[in-house]
Design a protein around this ligand. Structure first.
Ligand SMILES: [Zn+2]
Length: 393
């Protein structure tokens, strides 16, 4: 097709979204459009990081490298690679040389469907006359729009088949349910900000991230008396912090806490690479977990028991998170079972008065629908109480 061009990308627009819009503008089906613009028999292109990027960029009248950094998930996928590896990857993509599947997977793993923010859709229609798919909304562990401070909506467009996503059109023609991970909203913000920063921060010479995590774990109280890091405790506490279900939903759940990826990431001398989402999760956890000595699993025999004043705020937070998770998963449990799941039931049960924050959270839990023996409120419980009262008269 002579004189065929693609529209230039909007700010933070994923390249697949440009193709979605182009198909509409050109009045072609997506299947017709791809072979036409590429001049080959290829009919699909990755939504996030397509092959033939240089060809697509020239049709947009843009510099290919600029499109690579601004409109694909490339910066997220390579954010923790050494600079020379980033250069090698960049040359590979721009030369259309070999499969990009591993890079794409590291930037889309654990995502279920394409996401959009309804307020961004309205804003984009008002500003540009059409909506588009934003990169910042479609990164792993991103559940909120940082501009409008509201949950992203998740469509049923399967990410595993994202190469066909372009056929579905732009977000204004789709619907989705609000993303509702069992995480506090401040934590959702922290994860979205950390992920977004990976795409927007300039690529500079990086110090070793793993060394940085090791030092951070030391300062947060994970250093044992012999100078070693209690690495499996980091795995345990990170799992408590996010919840097993959430980690599983991102495809980063772990069977063994000792060999779990957080433990490996804080041990000195680790050289294996980890996916960007693991960096984001560990980084955010280490930033947010309280300072001070932890209940270390490798405690030498006879060590003094945990100080309730240190444990109380941490435990209260764990109870609040377990409460939120139970509510969102619509499960009920007893307060004892909830406390046992934190691993601190024994420390708590004999010194309840020294855990005022935890007690307050537990009381809130027991008054909620998630509590198996709800305080007041539940009809059967009230009937039992009435019966007991009547029998005493
Ligand atoms: Zn928005």
């Amino acid at each position: 097709m002579l004189g065929l061009t693609l529209p230039p990308p909007y700010p933070d627009e994923l390249i697949g979204s440009v193709l979605c819009r182009a198909a509409v503008h050109l009045g072609l089906s997506y299947k017709q459009m791809v072979p036409t613009i590429l001049g080959t028999s290829q009919v699909t292109l990755s939504f996030f990081l397509p092959s033939a990027l240089s060809r697509l960029a020239s049709l947009m009248r843009k510099d290919a490298e600029q499109v690579l950094w601004q409109n694909t998930v490339f910066p997220y996928a390579v954010a923790f690679m050494p600079l020379e590896e980033v250069e090698r990857m960049k040359r590979k993509v721009l030369a259309n040389d070999g499969s990009l599947a591993a890079l794409i997977q590291s930037a889309t793993n654990g995502m279920t469907g394409l996401r959009y923010c309804p307020d961004c859709v309205s804003h984009d229609i008002q500003t540009f006359g059409e909506s588009y798919w934003h990169r910042a909304h479609n990164l792993p562990a991103c559940h909120v729009c940082l501009v409008h401070d509201q949950p992203l909506h998740v469509t049923s467009i399967d990410m595993a088949k994202s190469s066909r996503a372009c056929a579905y059109g732009v977000p204004q023609y789709l619907s989705g349910a609000p993303s509702a991970p069992a995480l506090e909203i401040t934590l959702q913000h922290a994860l979205a900000s950390a992920s977004h920063r990976l795409c927007t921060a300039p690529q500079t010479a990086k110090q070793s991230h793993l060394e940085q995590y090791h030092r951070q774990a030391q300062t947060k109280g994970y250093e044992m008396k012999d100078g070693q890091i209690a690495s499996s405790q980091v795995s345990h506490d990170l799992t408590q912090f996010y919840g097993e279900d959430y980690l599983d939903s991102l495809g980063v759940g772990m069977r063994s806490r000792v060999k779990g990826w957080p433990a490996m990431m804080v041990r000195p001398g680790t050289t294996v690479p980890f996916s960007p989402v693991k960096h984001v999760l560990l980084r955010t956890f280490l930033e947010q977990c309280p300072e001070g000595s932890k209940e270390l699993a490798y405690r030498p025999p006879g060590k003094a028991p945990l100080d309730p004043a240190t444990l109380d705020p941490q435990l209260a937070k764990m109870v609040r998170r377990a409460h939120i998770r139970a509510n969102q998963r619509l499960v009920t449990m007893t307060a004892t079972k909830l406390m046992q799941s934190t691993g601190h039931w024994q420390a708590f049960r004999h010194k309840r008065s020294q855990f005022p924050l935890t007690e307050a959270e537990l009381l809130a839990f027991r008054a909620s629908e998630a509590s198996e023996r709800k305080l007041g409120g539940r009809a059967a419980h009230q009937r039992n109480m009435a019966r007991k009262k009547a029998s005493k008269l």
